[in-house]
Design a protein around this ligand. Structure first.
Ligand code: GLU
Length: 586
């Protein structure tokens, strides 16, 4: 059996979208499951769309996710180079083969001539213009012109492209591993440009030649490439490579989350404002922000029922229709780069600093996601194991994964689920590892803390947060003085009449010998019994005194971590502050 070779072939046109990471993950899982090879190939032949830094970003993103290619740029392998811009001569050679065999032809039509043709066809009320068997003889190419004319044009350096001569009256069937049989009629396909003027191949040519030469056995890519696959199979046929052509698997789209998951009673206002503002920016209609806001408000009036509110009604005028159309596009369909900003969640693995703010994004990594949690979240966007299991280590994913269990229908991106996965990973992460990350985050703020202390913080906090940085937000008071107190609770709970007793508590605590959570707890309980005070009178006060808030982990754990001196100091200082709060309210 031939060894499985699966490639990930991104174009460096910007930061790699999370959908691209899912493709890479599936590539990796399939290859590893079958003892195959995972190849990274950079498809950088489209100079217009090339973005500086994007290749680096792709490499770093794969590295962070642990999806290490076996072959690729900077890694090597037997089938390099792995950057298409370094393979120009190879494409020339295979382009020539198609020309020689009559499967491709020179086309000399200028951009203006093509535009004029499109206009003409449009004005005649026909379908849009397609360069194909029915039109190619009307155009300026090596099929319609005489041999001498072609020779002359080539000799005097007239710019040309090379087009694929799509055969007539054939059907091509793609046996997609996810979509099963998909059949294309060649009469519906056009003569795609394979080589641009200037000699650079288009995606189609470079992709087919490379998949063939790199002995790729499986092509996994997004659904948007399915329409091109008819052409690709036809090209394999014309090259004489159909027997060894790779198998295709087109992944379902990743869809925007259901609006009901993010538009809630609480967030309605915020989204009304941002969508209204976006509509104003994008539309030429003369409408006031107020008018737009009213329509959006109406659509969001019942967050559970947005879809039916978006239906265009008989009485909806043009303006209302326009707003509804805008909202439909903004809230349904394929997940886009912009959705991150718009809906408030990351859609890129790593942060990306683009040329403008609109082109800069915060990544999953920087938000504090564990790469394993991201992989675990992504694997479920299209695949399911057929069991109830949700948490998969990479090893488990590799053994459970199969393309048979990838579905055809779009997978909704659910950010809450991503957060949930991260929480699960965090709960099971070693305290030591969490402590290391805490230490790095703290040192950025100029705060140092011993690792034994940070490990205790990790153990105490890891089940209470979704992300490691949240530990420092929620339990900052373990590292810094209290920044603010929950005054409302102080007003409710602080009884100046009990102050004397609370001072006794501070003194009692001062004399605890071994300052650990158990001892503190039994001392406090004994004190409550002796002083005839209830839990509600003592514990919230104690919490407020040492942390400023009544939320958080066990107060005895907090006190033990703060240590003897700091705990007592905070208690004494807080009592004074509590008195002031009461006085100021009186
Ligand atoms: N370079 C293409 C992309 O950016 C690759 C598509 C494919 O995998 O064939 O998505």
């Amino acid at each position: 059996m031939t060894k499985m070779r699966v490639r990930f072939a991104p174009s460096p046109t910007g930061a790699l979208h999370i959908g691209g990471v899912r493709t890479a993950l599936y590539d990796y899982l399939l290859a590893k499951k079958h003892g195959g090879t995972f190849v990274l190939r950079i498809e950088d032949t489209d100079q217009k769309r090339y973005v500086e830094g994007a290749e680096n970003y792709i490499v770093n993103a794969l590295k962070w996710c642990g999806l290490t290619p076996d072959e690729g740029p900077g890694i090597g392998g037997d089938y390099g180079p792995y950057r298409q811009s370094e393979r120009k001569d190879i494409y020339q050679k295979y382009m020539q083969q198609l020309l020689d065999d009559g499967h491709a032809y020179y086309a000399f039509d200028t951009a203006e001539e093509l535009d004029a043709m499109r206009e003409k066809v449009k004005s005649e009320g026909k379908h849009s213009f397609q360069y194909d068997a029915s039109t190619r003889m009307m155009m300026k190419n090596s099929l319609s012109l005489s041999e001498d004319d072609v020779k002359a044009l080539l000799e005097n350096g007239t710019p040309y492209t090379i087009r694929f001569k799509m055969p007539e009256n054939q059907s091509v069937t793609v046996n997609d591993l996810i979509r099963e049989e998909v059949t294309f009629q060649t009469n519906e396909l056009d003569d795609k440009v394979l080589m641009k003027s200037g000699g650079l191949p288009t995606y189609h040519l470079a992709n087919i030649v490379d998949d063939h030469l790199m002995k790729i056995t499986h092509v996994i890519r997004g659904e948007e490439w399915l329409p091109s696959t008819g052409l690709h199979v036809m090209m394999y046929r014309c090259f004489g490579w159909e027997d060894t052509m790779p198998q295709f698997a087109h992944l379902p789209l990743i869809l925007k989350p259901a609006p009901g998951t993010y538009i809630t009673k609480k967030t309605k206002q915020k989204f009304t404002e941002s969508f209204s503002a976006e509509f104003m920016k994008s539309s030429d209609l003369e409408m006031s922000l107020d008018d737009v806001t009213k329509i959006v408000q109406q659509v969001f009036s019942n967050p559970k029922d947005i879809q039916s509110q978006l239906k265009i009604g008989k009485n909806d005028d043009g303006k209302k229709k326009a707003v509804k159309e805008f909202l439909k596009n903004a809230m349904y369909g394929k997940l886009s780069k912009r959705d991150g900003d718009r809906l408030g969640f990351p859609v890129f693995p790593l942060s990306w600093e683009g040329k403008s703010e609109a082109d800069s994004f915060v990544g999953f990594k920087e938000i504090g996601f564990d790469a394993n949690a991201v992989n675990n979240f992504l694997v479920f966007l299209g695949w399911n194991p057929g069991t109830e299991q949700e948490i998969f280590s990479m090893k488990e994913m590799i053994s459970a994964f199969s393309l048979e269990r990838v579905g055809k229908s779009g997978a909704k991106f659910d950010y809450e689920k991503a957060r949930w996965f991260n929480q699960q990973y965090l709960m099971h992460k070693d305290d030591e590892k969490i402590a290391e990350e805490l230490s790095a985050l703290l040192s950025k703020k100029g705060i140092g803390a011993p690792s034994a202390f940070l490990e205790k913080v990790a153990a105490m906090m890891k089940e209470r947060v979704h992300f490691i940085p949240e530990i420092l937000d929620q339990a900052y008071y373990l590292f810094e003085p209290i920044k603010s107190y929950d005054d409302r609770t102080i007003q409710k709970r602080w009884k100046p009449d009990n102050k004397e007793k609370m001072v006794i508590l501070a003194n009692t605590i001062k004399h605890i010998n071994s300052f650990d959570a158990d001892n503190i707890e039994s001392t406090v309980k004994q004190f409550m019994e002796d002083q005839e005070l209830g839990f509600g009178e003592v514990l919230p006060i104690l919490r407020l005194a040492v942390s400023g808030t009544t939320m958080g982990p066990s107060v005895f754990d907090i006190m033990a971590l703060l240590g003897h001196g700091e705990t007592v100091d905070r208690m004494e200082a807080s009592y004074k502050y509590f008195d002031e709060v009461i006085v100021s309210q009186a």
